[in-house]
Design a protein around this ligand. Sequence first.
Ligand SMILES: O=C(O)[C@@H](CO)OP(=O)(O)O
Length: 346
Amino acid sequence: MAAAAFHQAIWTPQSHGNLKILGRSQEIGNGSMKLILKKGFKVELGLLKRECYHSSTRNCGAIQASISQSSVVDPVLSPSNKNTNEARKKSNEAALILIRHGESLWNEKNLFTGCVDVPLTKKGVEEAIEAGKRISNIPVDMIYTSALIRAQMTAMLAMTQHRRKKVPIIIHNESEQARAWSQIFSEDTKKQSIPVVAAWQLNERMYGELQGLNKQETADRYGKEQVHEWRRSYDIPPPNGESLEMCAERAVAYFKDQIEPQLLSGKNVMIAAHGNSLRSIIMYLDKLTSQEVISLELSTGLPMLYIFKEGKFIRRGSPVGPTEAGVYAYTRNLALYRQKLDEMLH
Ligand SMILES: O=C(O)[C@@H](CO)OP(=O)(O)O
């Protein structure tokens, strides 16, 4: 097969975070690829993958490494599990789970919250655990949350229920030192963890001067219509805040740039975020018009499942429970994943 054009490939190695490689790749069979790196380009092979290196860390002209899809998906789908692996490769699909955070202390008090960093209530904690039960049989390889604690708590609590029992670990890329100080030095331990990327772009829309105000009192003061317009119009921002359109601009751009490539590479992704950042993303996934999105309301702590297949997002609704037969009838891959979990864990 002819070498692919010189290109920038983004690999997500077993270590956390993306590794950008400038080079050419060429398929050499057996699910392996030959990588021809740009001269002088340094790559840490130890970070690159978790098995079968043919070279050690060096400045390299050419290296060879196995990059079968099993290196980027859940180890339940291990290379020894040939049928499952083949199915995954063939259908090239991935699960996408969206969860709005559980009830926060300001949801409970009926206050505009926006980007104020408020934690969950006890009910919110319970909602997150319940959400986790519902998705406990669905594979998760990467987690994205907003930078806000209510979304992060929700993701972490939900994962306590996952049957695979991998450890979600927050990636600290904010500085060189944070990166260096949070390294993991065991490949086995890395395999048993799920990278959690926190991104401000997934934050709730910034509610401007309404943040901290009571929703009912604000309606009494400014009128129901005015407050409804601030809360549910598409392009009218609240005073000094973001409209849904502005929120969608940054949330959808992040989704397209950072999350879609992961799905394309076969990774199963969970996103824990907020009413408005998720409405924005759903607008993109379901191709909703601005008229349609304004009437879309998301409940707290309710997971929603999409299947990413052949570049398309297929909405599969909200799994009612971990054993809901319908969820696993959606795709052969999910059914096989669940079957494998049952075999492993019983
Ligand atoms: O207060 C907020 O930040 C949001 C979400 O809770 O409110 P709204 O329902 O108006 O979008």
